[in-house]
Design a protein around this ligand. Structure first.
Ligand code: NAG
Ligand code: NAG
Ligand code: NAG
Length: 357
């Protein structure tokens, strides 16, 4: 009996990763066909930047090994992970590409223009100052590039069809972490102007202005990703000298996310946009608290170097753990490809429930 129970548990454990955080590509494809979604456009920070920063004068880059070691052909691309990002999985589920190209890529193919690109830039944030500090693309610039992209799409398929593709497209917006980690906690400018609560309100209103701009540019379906559990990031735990997630930082994340969601409610009503919300905070907390559910083992350290402090340049050339797919974090800040796959599963769920219902 005992043996049989053990066998059953082992068998279940082997199946679980497929069940939890898996993506039902077939169902997504059906929905996409029904709602005529052929294009995904992406805005944000390192969580969704496939390499735009490779083309700009910034030190915030991830285009060297070990970044990309589990990407196709083990190639670094500028993605701040060992492999693909959540948006790559979403694009794959829709059926057009396995990896979304950065808009600044020198050789965009017609297929990239037709089915979407990413304008995201690592180290960016809702606050323009956040992007300025690292000389990366603020959201205003990302939206300027989106205008350029629309012109290229028009040249490719004609004005009417281009308008239709954008109208039916899904836009993804994922940022906010750097406004806290790279800006408010390190730079004296914003803390002199705003209390933390006021700053959160400021960020939420920046987000809301940008959503209006997107709407003006023809976007009707949007998925907004909330900030993850900042207090569970290995870097934050190291800086605060704590073994467990730093509650104070997690509280910042959850209170900011509440403010974001209130603004999104307003945008849904006043703009008539379909807006989905992805609770990245909840996904991270759940993965850290119940790793087995997702086939994960290491929730505390990153896979790169010591896993406690390295990210970006300090991760360059470092040795890594043997199997990143068992880790929540790839470096001391960014998730692994496996974690991105789990986030993509939830994003697709939100797409299904909130955008295509
Ligand atoms: C960011 O930089 C741009 C270009 O230099 C400047 O126009 C803008 O005012 C800056 N924004 C902030 C918030 O510092
Ligand atoms: C679907 O979108 C295409 C453009 O991508 C457009 O030509 C076509 O008319 C749309 N079909 C429906 C049913 O809306
Ligand atoms: C976090 O927030 C909860 C409820 O909002 C509160 O009970 C708790 O004391 C807060 N913890 C810290 C460290 O701020």
């Amino acid at each position: 009996m005992v043996t049989r129970a053990v066998v059953l548990v082992v068998a279940l454990a082997a199946v679980m990763p497929l069940l939890t955080g898996g993506i039902d590509n077939k169902q997504v494809k059906l929905l996409a066909t029904r709602f005529n979604v052929t294009c995904v456009v992406v805005f944000g920070d390192s969580s969704v930047d496939p390499g735009n920063n490779n083309y700009i004068a910034t030190s915030m880059k991830g285009n060297f090994l070990p970044y990309g070691k589990d990407f196709f052909r083990g190639r670094p691309t500028g993605r701040f992970s060992n492999g693909r990002l959540a948006t790559d999985f979403i694009a794959e589920a829709l059926g057009y590409t396995k990896a979304i190209r950065p808009f600044l890529h020198k050789r965009l193919r017609p297929v990239d223009i037709l089915h979407g690109v990413s304008f995201a830039s690592a180290a960016s944030g809702y606050d323009e100052l956040t992007a300025n500090l690292s000389n990366v693309l603020p959201l205003s610039k990302q939206l300027e590039y989106f205008r350029e992209y629309k012109m290229r799409l028009r040249r490719l398929v004609g004005a009417g069809k281009a308008e239709n593709i954008i109208k039916n497209s899904v836009a993804v917006l994922s940022m906010g972490t750097n406004d806290f980690l790279e800006n408010y906690y390190l730079e004296p400018i914003r803390p002199k102007q705003y209390t933390l609560e006021q700053y959160q309100n400021y960020l939420a209103s920046c987000m809301s202005d940008h959503v209006k701009t997107m709407h003006g540019l023809g976007v009707t379906r949007l998925v907004v990703v909330g900030v993850p559990a900042l207090g569970c990031m290995p870097l934050v735990k190291t800086l605060m000298n704590q073994k467990t997630c730093v509650e104070k930082y997690n509280n910042f994340s959850s209170s900011f996310n509440s403010k974001l969601q209130l603004k999104l409610d307003v945008a849904r009503k006043t703009l008539g946009m379909k807006i989905g919300y992805v609770d990245a905070y909840g996904i991270f907390r759940d993965a850290v608290n119940n790793p087995k559910k997702y086939g994960l083992i290491e929730t505390s350290k990153g896979c790169c170097g010591t896993g406690t402090v390295e990210y970006g340049d300090t991760c360059k050339g470092m040795s890594t753990c043997a199997d990143a797919s068992k880790y929540v974090f790839w470096d001391a800040v960014h998730p692994t490809e496996r974690m991105y796959e789990i986030i993509a599963g939830q994003a697709i769920d939100s797409l299904r429930k909130q955008l295509m219902a």
